[in-house]
Write a protein that binds this ligand. Structure first.
Ligand code: GCU
Length: 596
């Protein structure tokens, strides 16, 4: 019985997946003219998934996507968006409505919009992120479906958008499922909803949907522009006024135009000098601008070289949660506060854990000169042998790379966090590594592992390590393991002689709670953990970077110690209310020394 049900569900979802129009992805949308659809959207909470108007998750005739309105005495109707409450977009639903704080499931969004499409254009609905699965309807037509809660996607609506009034309905489902990425368990809040900007973007018939340039070790700038809707031989230009660059190339049969040129007087991008250049791409009627920094990143033995020079990454982990206000972070102000604190710590590096953050974070990191580790949420116990899970991970990896391949700040793509070294896991992640190297051979590939100790010695030899450029290791000596003062006794071996980043270390403290340095959850205890860690790091000559866990206390579903955790992971250096703890200043001093 059970196997038959699983098979039917699988068969149905494959059928639906095959039938549903897929999303696409335009790059650099934040530089394109667009009509924002941010603001209040009506919503209907639908735990019983009645909005489909059918008994399956397949749109039926009388589903909410039709957006019909109730007329007293008229046909029976048991919903009406026009009379329904509203939620702000962008924004998660959990932090906007107390009665939705714990809600996980299906929720329908709806809003009207007026649009006047121009001739010879394509119209797309751009969604910065929707957690987790989204089905998008415009004027009662399914225009695309998408899975993955932290990456952008675009739905072509040219064939359904009308000249005048239109309406959009989006079904968002953040139900945790075994086969999803992330899976059932994570140590962050499963905020649901349209968590990032939504807009209508118009492009000419022939348009640029992908463009990237990077600096090579020999001083060339290389890259490509991909054109959709144009015949082979289309003339594409790249202009960089500040470098007197005006290059032309033509597209091949795949719509790709390749560029290689040697600019003179280039100022390379670095944390000390985050120089960005205005780059203008053009083909036919289409124009696309971007702000691009040029730098090289590579490994040499156990060193990480930025622009050919060895660098030490002074970093901190950041969860995508809004300071003070709480909820999913999405605004410029959120990014400025979070990266502002990192800057105050003298960081030149941040790990954006454990999923791609809002593009405002990587754009601002480009401007501020902060190096970035970006990661997909292949986190803990993923359903390694499930092909749908692999597809979901691959898609998120593709979209993460596609969105941020133009960001000089992003130097590391991380494939996973704290996954058990089982054969099926290693096979799964090796496929992601291969894909990442194909899609972007210019950046470093890493993963974060749980550190395994044998008698206080850590041997950094995870089966995946051989395939990675940089190894990330998480450990919590002084918190989950041993006493803080034991840390300097721990020895570390790097048999593969690869650069190592301590991708997580730290401990918890309730802001304002004081006591002996031996009393967990006091600020003194957290500070002591840091001091002892710094002594231990001296035992690691191959250590090339640090990322303290974590910049700010954040909501976490299993952290429930009353009066201390109250639903928050308290390992922040700053509380969720913005109070800096003692450990903040201990790390600040340490990084100030390291910076010298
Ligand atoms: C893990 C994990 C984090 C988690 C942290 C903690 O290592 O990667 O997501 O929040 O430890 O336990 O606080």
């Amino acid at each position: 019985m059970r196997t038959a049900a699983v098979f039917t569900a699988l068969f149905l979802s494959t059928l639906i997946a095959l039938a549903e129009p897929h999303s696409t992805l335009l790059v650099d949308v934040d530089h394109r003219p667009a009509m924002s659809l941010d603001g209040p959207w009506h919503y209907i909470v639908d735990p019983y998934r009645g909005g489909w108007g059918s008994n399956t998750d397949e749109p039926g005739p009388h589903g909410y996507a039709a957006n019909t309105h109730y007329v007293p005495g008229g046909p029976l109707q048991e919903y009406d968006f026009a009379k329904a409450p509203v939620l702000e977009v962008p924004g998660d639903w959990n932090s906007q409505r107390e009665n939705l704080f714990y809600y996980e499931g299906l929720l329908w969004y709806q809003r009207d919009f007026t649009y006047h499409p121009k001739p010879h254009t394509h119209t797309f609905l751009h969604i910065g992120a929707a957690n987790y699965a989204a089905h998008v309807f415009v004027n009662d037509t399914l225009v695309c479906s998408h899975e993955g809660g932290f990456t952008p996607f675009d739905c072509e609506i040219s064939s359904v958008v009308k000249d005048g009034p239109n309406f959009v309905v989006i079904a968002v489902d953040n139900q945790r499922e075994v086969e999803r990425v992330p899976t059932l368990k994570s140590d962050w809040w499963n905020y649901g909803g349209l968590t990032r900007d939504v807009s209508v973007v118009e492009v000419p018939d022939t348009f640029i949907d992908d463009a990237v340039l990077h600096l090579t070790n020999t001083g060339e700038i290389e890259g490509f522009v991909h054109v959709t809707g144009g015949a082979a031989g289309a003339r594409v230009s790249v202009r960089i006024a500040d470098l007197h660059v005006d290059q032309n190339a033509v597209t091949d049969e795949h719509g790709r135009a390749k560029f290689t040129f040697h600019p003179s007087g280039l100022e390379v991008w670095s944390p000390e000098h985050p120089r960005l250049y205005k780059v203008e791409y053009a083909v036919g009627e289409d124009r696309l601008q971007d702000d691009v920094g040029f730098r090289t990143i590579e490994v040499k033995g156990d060193e990480i070289l930025l622009n050919g020079k060895s660098i030490f990454l002074r970093g901190v982990n950041i969860q995508g949660e809004a300071p003070i206000r709480g909820g999913r972070a999405y605004s410029e102000a959120d990014a400025e506060t979070l990266l502002g604190w990192a800057n105050e710590l003298h960081c030149n590096f941040v790990r954006l854990a454990h999923y791609p953050h809002d593009e405002r974070m990587t754009r601002l990191a480009d401007k501020m000169g902060i190096l970035v580790w970006s990661e997909i949420p292949v986190y803990w116990a993923i359903d390694w042998t499930n092909p749908r899970t692999l597809d979901a991970a691959k898609q998120q990896l593709h979209e993460m790379i596609r969105r941020d391949q133009d960001k000089a700040s992003v130097i590391l793509w991380s494939m996973s966090n704290e996954t058990q070294p089982k054969p099926e896991r290693t096979v799964f992640i090796k496929k992601l590594i291969t894909q990442a190297r194909e899609e972007d051979p210019t950046r470093l590939i890493t993963s974060a592992f749980v550190t395994r100790f044998h008698d206080k010695t850590a041997v950094l030899d995870d089966p995946l390590a051989a395939d990675l450029d940089v190894l990330g290791y998480n450990q919590y000596i002084g918190w989950y393991t041993d006493k803080p003062q034991a840390a300097p006794e721990y020895k570390w071996e790097d048999p593969l002689h690869k650069p190592v980043i301590m991708s997580e270390f730290g401990g918890g403290a309730k802001a304002g709670m004081h006591g002996a340095a031996t009393e967990p959850f006091t600020e003194e205890y957290e500070a002591e953990i840091y001091k002892q860690q710094f002594l231990m790091f001296k035992n690691m000559p191959f250590l090339r970077g640090l990322a303290a866990w974590v910049l700010m206390d954040f909501r976490a579903p299993t952290r429930l110690l009353p009066g201390i955790q109250d639903g928050y992971n308290r390992k922040g250096l700053v509380s969720n209310k913005g109070e800096k703890k003692q450990a903040f200043f201990v790390l600040q001093d340490y990084y100030a020394q390291k910076q010298k």
